[in-house]
Ligand binder design. Sequence first.
Ligand code: PLP
Length: 397
Amino acid sequence: MFAQLQPVATDPILGLMAAYKEDTNPNKVDLGVGVYKDGQGHTAVLKCVKEAEALRLKNEDSKTYIGMAGDLGFNNHIEKLALGVGHKALLANRITTAHTPGGTGALRVAAEFIKKANPNATIWVTSPTWANHISMFKAAGLNVKEYTYYDYATKGLNEEAMFADLATVPAGDVVLVHACCHNPSGMDLTFAQWQRFTDIANERGFTPLVDMAYQGFGSGLDEDAKGLRYLADNVEEMLLCSSCSKNFGLYRERIGAVSIMSADSKVMEITRVNLLSVVRSIYSMPPAHGAIVVANILDSTELTALWHQELAEMRDRINNYRQLIIDKLAGEGVQQDFSFITRQHGMFSFLGIDKAQIARLRSEFSIYMVDSSRVSIAGLNHSNIDYFAKSVATVLQ
Ligand code: PLP
């Protein structure tokens, strides 16, 4: 039976990671993978996480099953982190949350839940979007369509075309929107665009699914959730998928959450049991470690303050390097306008260079980025930024 299987194309990012690993050039630069790296090129464990893990080791007195919704303390915190303490939907008991294996797990559970609620639903994703969105939603049996988002020519949002596309979405479909730090473009909705998005959601009757994988990486924890909070204030139903991979640096612990907001607490109760039945049929119950670590941090004023500080360090480093890329390229005599890089947020930006230039950067200079020219800004640091700028200037000539 297995011999009949055909090879499957792997995610190009995995191939890129493997090629980078094998490259023996001491100057090699990895701008592919979306993982935060510090000024030394290292993805360190956050100090707040180390302390929270020590607490967990000390206090844990059982390894019994955690339950399908996962850690309730974590769920409580993650809802407040996303929506703000005292959000009216929380007070009205309209939201149910399950902690999941990563943001990816949250998205897959959300997809299965949507399939259950409306088997004919199409899910609309931004063009372009994180590649895994499309494969995951298709794997869950959903139809997937794209709506216009990034404009490669202006290196900004194609606002009118986006809203024109959204105005054709039928009632009963789901529209995925990135809360902040859009992957892959770094181009986010302005607050006015969130307002317009909310109006269209209500006019058309589609359900928003907000994917928030980078809260705190753009402008700040509250700033990054501003659009999503406005949306949650003004629609009856929505889904939210959160991830703690980046903002808590808990990538390999696989911790995220799916939250579903219903029109009232009665519908929420039906939503809750359906959500849990989806979880039960996939992995039964989530792993506990990451959730308890995050809950330990958010339970403690001191650890929360330390987390805020460490998160701000990561965010500031990326934002400083956004400016530095522009300055260094200008310093190398590059005429092309790269100012768009500081108008974008989070881990990524499209550099806007062509495939031949990307291939040259890889083959001649061992600088690795995906073919779309998406760069993971945190891959740059004081020891490679000059080399990067010089190399880019060379291929742009
Ligand atoms: N959503 C987006 C847009 C992402 O970029 C990612 C990770 O790269 C995720 C969700 C899922 O993150 P994870 O499963 O690592 O928590």
